[in-house]
Ligand binder design. Structure first.
Ligand code: URP
Ligand code: ZN
Ligand code: ZN
Length: 481
């Protein structure tokens, strides 16, 4: 009987902390041994000369999330997780979204039904809390956090999701008591509404005006306010999809003052600019602009550089795709409101699950902006730690799940939507060159992507309950904080 089910030989490994060479012995889906000259496995793979890294964890992606504006996400758990596997991501954390009026529990049950039997990589759920009723705050949310849904997102904008400031404070207090991680979408909703009304009255309706309706100051102000509330309640928070300089300054200020404020950024803030929303009112600008509308919007080249610098300096802990998969064509896609859809009628969000890891490996690591350990931390280890999946996920260590990626680094390829595996009819990254792509993705020791072929199976991906360490401080008294 072989000692291992699989041995990955001569692996040039990186974790968030170290670089080392080893054979990786895998048994029953887990890493059972690391060392030189391991005994034979039933199967063997030679990784000589190639990086072997922990599988990516995409801590912010939207799959089959119910929408209430007539749009529909193109990716469900079948196509979304297939795309993840092909891009080197072995765990996804999409959102069980509470619709206002719905119980949080019903949202979670519904989302499990949507995922059941479909995922080909592992998955956990964040919650989206949009209706923090007394029942949600006192019973549902604490119970769900304890059951393995230990992170949730709240919105400071979008009419169907946003919380009032007092509600934000109330949910932060629950997170503090229960030890949950709160992800905050920080944009000032009233400023956006006022600017949007003025732009539309002036006939400025093309996609490029999306950027003018959500300038950096609306993100800066909301980021500042979220940080102040977190400081007052004494709870860590993560500001998600940070787009540039002024929001980064707020996060850096908080970090320098010892507050536990964490930051996430995404490929769109490194590879797109506001010019991608359109440079004029032509049909081609409208098309490209509609495809690139997301919030916060991409900024300018100078802001891209500031985001790169903040990634390198450790201001950001997490690099996610914010995959929000709407098709361009069709009645439930970007142009559901018509060929001339106004910027405020176009669903917000862009696809990026499959391209997240290759883009950062190539333009971050291979271009010398971040090192390989930072890449692992940003795309996998920190995500696992922040959301309660570590050490089962996010590292190369004995006992961890054998979620591994062997990288092919050195061959140049051009990103092209026809090569991708999502169900979206475009990629905003079309035409960008990358010099790295996964050669092999292993999910718990089983290949799900190898040499250009998807090998995964719907239903093989398992739900992962998340557990964060208990908060090391006394709870608030409900009577007197
Ligand atoms: O535009 C975006 N980011 N759409 C996805 C939803 C969200 O706010 O993350
Ligand atoms: Zn958001
Ligand atoms: Zn998102």
């Amino acid at each position: 009987m072989d000692a291992f089910d699989l041995v990955v030989r001569n692996a040039h490994c990186a974790t968030a902390a170290d670089v080392f060479d080893a054979d990786i012995g895998i048994k029953d889906g887990r890493i059972a041994a690391l060392g030189k000259g391991l005994a034979p496995g039933r199967e063997e793979i030679d990784a000589a000369g190639r990086w072997v890294l922990p599988g990516g964890i995409d801590g912010h992606c939207h799959l089959d999330q119910p929408m209430n504006d007539g749009s529909k996400m193109a990716d469900d758990f079948i196509t979304g997780t297939r795309s993840a596997a092909c891009g080197g991501t072995t765990t996804v954390i999409p959102f069980a979204c509470q619709i206002k009026g719905q119980s949080l529990r019903a949202a979670v049950d519904d989302y499990h039904r949507r995922a059941h039997g479909k995922a080909s990589v592992d998955y956990a759920f964040h919650l989206i809390v949009s209706d923090p009723t007394p029942e949600v705050l006192e019973n549902e949310l604490p119970a769900l956090i304890r059951e393995g849904y230990s992170s949730f997102k709240i919105y400071m904008t979008y009419d169907d999701l946003k919380l009032a400031d007092r509600q934000i404070i109330d949910v932060l207090a629950v997170a503090r008591d229960e030890g949950a991680m709160v992800m905050i979408h920080a944009e000032n909703t009233d400023c956006i509404a006022w600017l949007t009304e003025r732009l539309i009255r002036a006939g400025k309706t093309a996609p490029r005006y999306h950027a003018a309706s959500r300038p950096m100051l609306v993100e800066r102000e909301a980021t500042h306010r979220a940080i102040a509330y977190a400081e007052m309640v004494d709870v860590p928070i993560l500001i998600v999809h940070v787009s540039g300089h002024e929001a980064i300054e707020q996060i850096q200020w908080a970090q320098n003052h010892g507050l536990r404020i964490y930051g996430e950024t995404c490929p769109q803030y490194l590879f797109l600019t506001a010019d991608d929303l359109g440079i004029d009112d032509s049909p081609s600008s409208h098309e490209h602009g509609a495809k690139c509308i997301c919030s916060p919007p991409p900024r300018d080249k100078a802001n891209q550089q500031v985001v790169w610098d903040a990634l390198a300096a450790g201001v950001f802990q997490i690099f996610s795709s914010d995959h929000a998969p709407f098709r361009y064509a069709g009645p439930d896609g970007k142009l559901g409101a018509g060929a001339d859809a106004r910027f405020d009628q176009i669903p917000n969000g862009i696809p990026g699950l499959e391209t997240r890891m290759p883009l950062l490996f190539s333009h971050g690591v291979l271009d010398g902006r971040i090192d390989i350990c930072q890449f692992v931390a940003l795309t996998s280890t920190n995500v696992a730690k922040t959301y309660g999946l570590y050490p089962r996920k996010g590292s190369i260590a004995i006992g961890a799940d054998a979620d591994l990626v062997i990288w092919d680094a050195g061959t140049t390829r051009t990103i092209c939507n026809t090569d991708l595996h999502h169900a979206v009819d475009y990629t905003p990254y079309e035409g960008i060159e990358v010099k790295a792509w996964p050669a092999l993705t292993l999910l718990r020791g089983t290949p799900v992507w190898r040499d250009g072929r998807f090998l995964g199976t719907a239903g093989e991906g398992r739900f992962q309950a998340c557990a964060l360490p208990a908060p090391a401080r006394p709870k608030f008294s409900r009577e007197a904080a």
